[in-house]
Design a protein around this ligand. Structure first.
Ligand code: GAL
Length: 354
């Protein structure tokens, strides 16, 4: 709870919401109608500009792609706390990483007559079907964490996506390596040799973090060598196994371990330590999310850095957008994504997030 409040405070300070796509017309009831800065204004000003939402008292159905995901656990707890704190009646369902199961959960919520839905899709590729279902039922819906395309969302004007710009988190990971004394080139051979432990490759977060972390290095003129790139599905144990195998195969050649998220980085750290390697001395390690365990390791010097994936900021924004929808707001095509900023976390500022 203390952490949640602290993060909420940090989120309030660091929060910068920007509408994705500049097409700028969200209809007359939506305040987020003139591009990024107006969206930011709107996010801070949900009071008078927004039509009255039923103050608490509504019934909200939340679908999470799977409960057994470290980051989404923080996120769903924040969502539940914020919604209940506002007086909503909330049910949260575990999709168990099974899209057909989640489809049934959505249908059940619709039959029960919920006032709004907040959905973390299991498969981004299922977005068309989810959107068609909620549209037919006329339920205001906020999608979170797995971003559909603007075109897919344009099918329904009572639908908005809240998330982050995954490219930014990748860029920040690359910058964490560029900020090291040798810019990642520990052995001084003129190139940074890395392994990439990816999330679920169907997920845009995994795709963009993989691409942009390396791009930050090459854009800075740093030569890179990819020793291995494998999917770890956001999972700690898979991160540990992939890293252990790579350390056995490539040994000292590995200078940087990029992980698409912290849970896999924590797993990788176990393998790094088991192999007798020392982070920030003979190997670098970066993740994304700023999980509690990762913050501890950054503070201890066992991770080079991480990137705050602001669960509380996103949960706050998701509830704000949901309330706008409940108040009658509609969203025009091209302005249906709301982004919360990522924040780089290093030993210098880690205390601000703990
Ligand atoms: C990402 C997060 C991962 C995982 C994933 C699930 O944003 O960094 O840890 O939770 O979402 O879609």
């Amino acid at each position: 709870m203390r952490k949640l409040l602290a993060l909420a405070l940090a989120a309030a300070m660091a929060l910068s919401l920007a509408a994705c796509g500049g097409s700028a017309d969200s209809g007359d009831t939506t305040p987020a109608d003139t591009g990024a800065s107006d969206a930011a204004d709107a996010a801070q000003d949900t009071g008078d500009a927004v039509p009255d939402a039923p103050a608490g008292g509504g019934t909200i159905g939340v679908c999470i792609y799977k409960f057994d995901d470290a980051f989404m656990t923080t996120y769903r707890n924040a969502l539940q706390e914020i919604l209940e704190g506002k007086g909503y009646s909330v049910t949260v369902q575990d999709g168990n990483n099974d899209q057909s199961k989640q489809n049934e959960q959505i249908n059940t919520y619709i039959t029960q007559g919920v006032d709004a839905l907040i959905i973390n899709p299991v498969m981004t590729s299922a977005a068309d079907q989810i959107i068609a279902t909620v549209k037919e039922a006329g339920i205001p819906t906020v999608l979170i964490n797995r971003e559909p395309t603007a075109e897919q969302m344009s099918a329904y004007d009572k639908l908005v996506y809240v998330g982050c710009d995954a490219a930014q988190s990748g860029t920040f990971q690359g910058e964490l390596i560029l900020d090291t004394p040798n810019k990642g080139d520990i052995n001084g051979d003129g190139k940074v040799s890395y392994i990439m432990i990816q999330g679920d490759p169907e997920n845009i977060d995994a795709q963009l973090r993989t691409e942009y972390s390396v791009k930050a290095l090459t854009d800075a003129g740093v030569e890179v060598e990819e020793l291995d790139s494998q999917r770890g599905d956001w999972d700690r144990e898979k991160g540990q196994t992939i890293c252990a195998n790579d350390l056995a195969q490539y040994g000292d050649q590995i200078e940087v371990v990029f992980c698409n998220n912290d849970d896999m980085a924590i797993g990788a750290l176990q393998s790094i330590q088991a192999a007798g390697r020392t982070v920030n001395e003979d190997i670098y390690l970066v993740g994304v999310d700023a999980l509690d365990a990762a913050l501890t390791e950054v503070a201890n010097g066992n991770m080079t850095g991480t990137v705050l994936n602001d669960a509380v900021g996103q949960a706050t924004a998701a509830v704000e957008e949901m309330e706008k929808l409940l108040g009658g707001a509609t969203y025009a095509s091209g302005s249906q994504s709301v982004y919360v900023d990522y924040v780089k976390v290093t030993p210098d500022n880690v205390a601000d997030f703990q």
